[in-house]
Write a protein that binds this ligand. Sequence first.
Ligand code: LIP
Length: 260
Amino acid sequence: MERSAILAAMVAAEREGAQLMLRAHDVLAEAKTDRRNVVTEYDRAVQELLVRRLREALPEARFFCEEMDQQDDLQAEALFIIDPIDGTMNFVHGLGHSCISVAFCRHGRREAAAVYNPYRDELFTASLGGGAFLNGRPIHVTEAPLSESVVCFGSAPYNPELTEETFRLAKGCYVQGLDVRREGSAELDLCTVAAGRAGLYFELSISLWDYAAGSLILEEAGGLCRQVDGSPLDYGPGRSSILAGTARTLEDFLREILPV
Ligand code: LIP
């Protein structure tokens, strides 16, 4: 199946799943590991719908998903990495800033990505070597330095041992940059940087489904994704830190903010 057809199937599935989000009511949060790591019946329903539709489109596909322990081999010939609702805490509290995220990989290489925010009807897409788009219009990262950029960050809420360092870095970004934002969805933070709306995003601990799609969109928009210390991301099954921006803003962060 052509990559463009696979991306079209991803987009169609996301738009269908988004209707479940928009029609949600009486959303009950179920704690997974602790009070901040929550899931809802809508996360599960969206994931089940996405898997069903993508399997109809590509029967041989395997899946690596956030919910229900559906985690196949990341080196599969055809694999979808799915976060059914990225920004679940926002979804539970009706904050109107969550997305559905799907990345398509072949043998571990990210080849297509789609991130859909139904609250703003913003669809971010990318295919490897084909550029990045917002609602079909090309997007590109900012040329601004950190001092002229808004910075997004994530608070790594599942890892309280990282709180002090997270807010040390966030304070540094606030002082050096224009301002900071903690908006609650890693995939949307990556897309915000890809669209040139922010100059940098960091988080000290997130999962692969939180960045698999957004990282490709950002790279196709001219950006870079690394670990917070500047080392390469490994796109493996474990949790990782992430530092995402432009060559200029990453250099500013690593030189001015990271050092204690
Ligand atoms: C969330 C991320 C967010 C991060 C949370 C969580 P979820 O994804 O998008 O940036 O701070 O720890 O990982 O759990 O809502 O899909």
